[in-house]
Write a protein of this length. Structure first.
Length: 131
C-alpha cells in the first residue's frame, strides 16, 4: 500500500465543517451508544470529544454539561446531528429543547461517507492518496 494515510473520521468533518449564521456550531454524531461532540466558536475549535451514553438522559447531561463547562451559550449555537441507522429524527427530538437551532447534518459533509453509522467502528479510515 503506497501513498496511504490514516485519518480519523472526525478529521473529515473538521476539514469540511459546515457554516452557520450562529456564533457557535455544534455537531453531534452517533454510532450505537458512542457519540462524537464537536463544538466551534466561529472558526475556533473548542472541543472534539468522544463519549458513550446508554440513555437519552445521559446524553443530554453530557452535552449540556460540556456547553456549560466551555462557557458556550446554547441559545447562540446551531446544533447539527447525525445518527446511524436513521436516528437523526430521534437525536433532533432529544436536543431540540436545549438549542435554539437544530438541524440534520448531511452525510455529504463527510467525503466518501454515504452514512455515519460506522464512524466509531472503524475509528481510523485508510485512505489512498492520489499519485
Amino acid at each position: 500500500f503506497r501513498n496511504v494515510s490514516w485519518t480519523h473520521p472526525v478529521a473529515s468533518v473538521l476539514n469540511q465543517f459546515p457554516t452557520s449564521e450562529k456564533q457557535n456550531t455544534g455537531i453531534l454524531l452517533q454510532s450505537g451508544s458512542n457519540f462524537y461532540l464537536i463544538v466551534k466558536r466561529k472558526s475556533q475549535l473548542l472541543l472534539a470529544n468522544c463519549f458513550s451514553a446508554e440513555h437519552d438522559t445521559d446524553l443530554v447531561y453530557i452535552v449540556l454539561n460540556t456547553f456549560r463547562q466551555l462557557g458556550v451559550s446554547r441559545s447562540l449555537t446551531h446544533m447539527m446531528v447525525a445518527g446511524g441507522m436513521g436516528n437523526n429524527k430521534r437525536l433532533t427530538e432529544i436536543v431540540t429543547p436545549y438549542f435554539s437551532v437544530v438541524s440534520e447534518l448531511k452525510a455529504a459533509v463527510i467525503p466518501g461517507q454515504s452514512n455515519i453509522e460506522n464512524i466509531s467502528h472503524t475509528h481510523l479510515v485508510l485512505a489512498a492518496k492520489p499519485d
